[in-house]
Design a protein around this ligand. Structure first.
Ligand SMILES: *[C@@H]1O[C@H](CO)[C@@H](O)[C@H](O)[C@H]1NC(C)=O
Length: 500
């Protein structure tokens, strides 16, 4: 085989590997956000009837909504559990096997959802949502690690970003499958809730054919032979030696260091601002309300004055917006840098939240206002997709080293899921009580996030880990006198515990 053909073959392997891992990974996250929107009235009726028949309780409307928000949001508590066990699992089984095992949660969840209607059981729906959440929590953390570690350096940003692209693709897919004409009808909601098993099955059939992450094989397992084989399959022969050298270098740097736990990260002063940054940014990603819009799209569009028949088609527009924006983000990110995309995204989102609030306030006075509100939601999601959606997920890979990465992902993931739970629980109530002001809290979050990124987050584009660590070093030790911090920085370069 010629070098060219080999090169092509290996990048094809990489592309297929990314697709196979993502289809059971972040695609599931998006899918499971989106499928909850279509059956909301059907399942609320089911809740209403089940309580009456089984316990002879007539629920008030707000109680039905409450049970419904629990069913929707408990997904994120499952995700939290998943994010916490993802780190240890990925170290113990390896990235690939961890993703494969993860499907056990998914398939049992889908089975519960499928049988819940016949069993007239709300508990089974709730449990199934927890299990599916665990599945999403694990894959959301392991998949970017797997990608970041497997891709050659010049593609790392793009490959990691594909996580966000697949999330939004999952959203669109979920919204399409949720159409009344497909599975979104009254008689089909249990199939809709269980349909997430199909991507999982596809992953189970395809992922075993791809190699494990080369970095994991060498750094965590110490298996150089396997690492070289994996690299050869993923990158082709030519790049192999330079890639291997880079991994060996990272191995030497982290020699004797065990993967650290999250508590060690909290105690380590040299990573304080890195940690604060990923916590703020992953919280902001959920507190800005974007992902909850997918849960409750029909509530938002009803509030915006869109008619009932149009809502389901407009909803698909939201997913498509994020999908398009994520692809755009992929094209721009290496040129414009992470910091620019994040700040820009959040500033635009603030603007749209303000316009949305104004449009809702004048909804009943001016006839075209509902269209302006609808456009605002689209542009809000677009702005989210261009910046925060993609960048948030890759930051932990870029600012932490191999030993700290699993713990960093665990912390970032926990913040993300906790905040999704909070927003998911209050969103429908917020929309129905705050009415035209319902986006004010989200807009404020966007503004604060833009300020934080603008003031504190250094640019990470194209920089090596030690350069990034150096920039954070200034923040971490800024209270000390200039010259002593200079000395510490120099020491930091030789002492493995402070500089990576
Ligand atoms: C629950 O059922 C009662 C009686 O059929 C009905 O009046 C009420 O509107 C229902 N509530 C919801 C949220 O479906």
């Amino acid at each position: 085989m010629s070098h060219d053909a080999q090169q092509k073959g290996s990048s094809l392997t990489l592309v297929l590997m990314v697709a196979s891992a993502a289809i059971g990974g972040t695609l599931q996250y998006g899918y499971n956000l989106a499928i909850m929107n279509a059956p909301n009235t059907f399942i609320q009726t089911f809740i209403n009837e089940t309580f009456r028949e089984r316990w002879a309780i007539q629920l008030e409307d707000f109680q039905v909504t409450l049970v419904w928000t629990i069913i929707v949001s408990i997904f994120s508590l499952g995700g939290l559990v998943g994010a916490i066990i993802a780190g240890p699992m990925s170290i113990c089984f390896g990235r690939k096997k961890c993703l494969l095992l993860n499907n056990i949660f998914l398939l049992s969840g889908a089975l519960l959802a499928l049988t819940s209607r016949a069993a007239r059981s709300i508990e089974m729906i709730i449990l199934s949502r927890v299990l599916i959440g665990i599945n999403a929590g694990i894959s959301m953390n392991v998949q970017p690690m797997y990608f970041g570690e497997s891709a050659p350096k010049h593609l790392r940003g793009a490959v990691s970003l594909s996580s966000a692209v697949f999330t939004s693709f999952g959203v669109v897919l979920g919204q399409v499958v949720g159409l009344r004409e497909i599975l979104g009808s009254e008689s089909c909601w249990q199939y809709l809730l269980a349909s997430n098993a199909i991507p999982g099955l596809i992953q189970l059939l395809t992922l075993p054919w791809f190699p494990e992450s080369p970095r994991y094989l060498l750094i965590d397992r110490g298996d150089k032979e396997a690492c070289i084989n994996a690299l050869r399959r993923l990158h082709g022969c030519e790049v192999e030696s330079s890639e291997l050298a880079e991994i060996l270098e990272e191995q030497a740097e982290t020699k004797g260091m065990k993967p650290c736990g999250p508590w060690e990260l909290f105690r380590d002063r040299s990573v304080r601002w890195q940690l604060i940054s990923i916590m703020v940014i992953s919280s902001a990603m959920q507190l800005c309300g974007n992902d909850s819009i997918y849960f409750y799209a029909s509530y938002v569009f009803k509030e915006a004055g869109i008619s009932n028949e149009q809502i389901q088609y407009v909803t698909i527009g939201t997913g498509t917006c994020e999908f398009t924006a994520c692809i755009m983000c992929n094209l721009l990110i290496e040129r414009k840098g992470r910091r620019f995309m994040l700040t820009g995204g959040y500033i635009l989102m603030t603007v749209w939240a303000v316009v949305f609030t104004i449009a809702l306030s004048f909804e009943h006075l001016i006839s075209w206002m509902p269209y302006l509100s609808m456009t605002c939601i689209f542009t809000y999601i677009l702005s989210f997709g261009i910046g925060p959606a993609g960048v948030t997920g890759i930051l932990p890979t870029e600012i932490f080293n191999q030993t700290a990465r699993p713990a960093a992902y665990m912390i970032a993931g926990s913040m993300m899921w906790l905040n999704l739970f909070v927003v998911g629980m209050i969103f429908p109530f917020l929309v129905s009580t705050a009415r035209q002001c319902c986006f004010v809290p989200f807009g404020s979050v966007c503004l604060l996030s833009a300020l934080y990124v603008g003031l504190f987050l250094p640019e990470t584009k194209g920089k090596s880990l030690s350069a990034i660590t150096g920039e954070f070093h200034v923040l971490n030790f800024k209270n000390e006198e200039a010259h002593s911090s200079q000395i510490q920085y120099q020491m930091g370069e030789v002492c493995p515990s402070t500089a990576w």
